[in-house]
Design a protein around this ligand. Sequence first.
Ligand code: ATP
Length: 507
Amino acid sequence: MAQEDVFKKIVSHCKEYGFVFPSSDIYDGLAAVYDYGQNGVELKNNIKEYWWKSMVLLHENIVGIDSAIFMHPTIWKASGHVDAFNDPLIDNRDSKKRYRADVLIEDQIAKYEEKINKEVEKARKKFGEAFDEAKFRETNPRVLDNQKKRDALHERYSEAMNAMDLNELKQIILDEGIVDPISGTKNWTDVRQFNLMFSTEMGSTADSASKIYLRPETAQGIFVNFQNIQRTTRKKVPFGVCQVGKSFRNEITPGNFIFRIREFEQMECEFFCKPDTDLEWFDYWRSYCHNWLLNLGIHDDNLRLRDHAKEELSFYSKATTDIEYLFPFGWGELWGIADRTDYDLTRHQEHSGKDLSYFDQEENRKYIPYVIEPSLGADRVALAFLCDAYDEEVIDEAKNDKRIVLRLHPALAPMKAAVLPLSKKLSEEAGNIYAELSKHFSVDYDDAGSIGKRYRRQDEIGTPFSITYDFDSKEDGCVTVRDRDTMEQTRIPVSGLVKYIEERLEF
Ligand code: ATP
């Protein structure tokens, strides 16, 4: 099945099974804004809970905070968001569509890379075992030609982006002959800057009104509380501060369902360390985050760690890695891990006039700590878990028997178990089991339809264990537990159910 079709199926599955609905659905939706339904909210809460556990509770030197969404407007001046949180946008006069100029050029760079990869794959097929890829890349004229074009474009683009030279960005688009994918024309407007922050006014009268912003990231709430947290926790560097919360960006090119939206949730950690230890901590977080995803069941093949090349790094960053996931629409950033040096605290020190340095007793000196920032989008990672878990399994080809199953890690599954009485006559006893299990986990109860249909409904929302209470259960005090993935059924005593499920939730 084409990946495009797989993605369409996942999106409609999410709507059909109460994971994600378009916002304001009965009013035909609001662009790039989504609501989480009864199963989606459980999935997202589980993700946030396991992130919090892994980051805050399992690290003795990490604490959490919850800062306000509204913050002093100068914070966004200090952070650089007022002046530099801009996307260069360009319109096509024929299709009337708006694009990010940087994305159009990046796509063009990717096209050269694709051409090179196609040549390599063609040669691999032709030469078989004897194929020497490195040598081929070094000598094949077509590969070399495309590589030269790609590198020249990349260099020109990086320079234009670093200088935010809008005329040059437009010139690149024209020189490369980039056409609008919809109209197919090169009828482009000039490139303009577009700030991604939403703004509003605080105060009840026009006089006292002051422009404030909806935060575009949660991180600044941590930086501006650095002093408060360090003083009240008396933590010594290295220590970290985490926060989960909403962020808002007026994205020019939102899309791919909940991948890029305008209101989203972030899970961010700012890890403060001694200046000369930053690269070690960077490596620590790079592999910690990667392992977190693997432990929660994401297929390793669908993950890659993309280290930013020197010319791609922000001017203040010493190292940045994006953990990317292979979505059905292609690779996309999931988790950004950045060594932000002492940039943020220094900027806030300058703009607030407050001393944000840290006194290191062991070394008897003051310094501004360096910071490593692992930043993860809750919605993006929820989408990655859903894509990774979605499976259409053929059970019996001849009978055209198929099932859709969400193979979510049990720790993330919206419902941990479902109690299914074989007959409505058994609802009292089954109801008691439901009541008992509900004290420990999120549990579903379903007594409508055939047992087979009920199993399939649970497969479709990813419930790992379906518990059937039958007429024998009355006699032997046992129930049948069906495993979502293997469909195997095990008879176990009712008294052992909590332990049985609990053991399987560990990650
Ligand atoms: P992109 O360029 O892919 O939009 P970014 O590089 O601007 O992302 P960061 O500013 O590094 O993203 O934000 C950290 C994380 O927050 C991202 O890795 C992503 O998981 C999440 N995130 C950022 N923007 C959005 C968005 N518009 N919708 C959903 N998640 C987002």
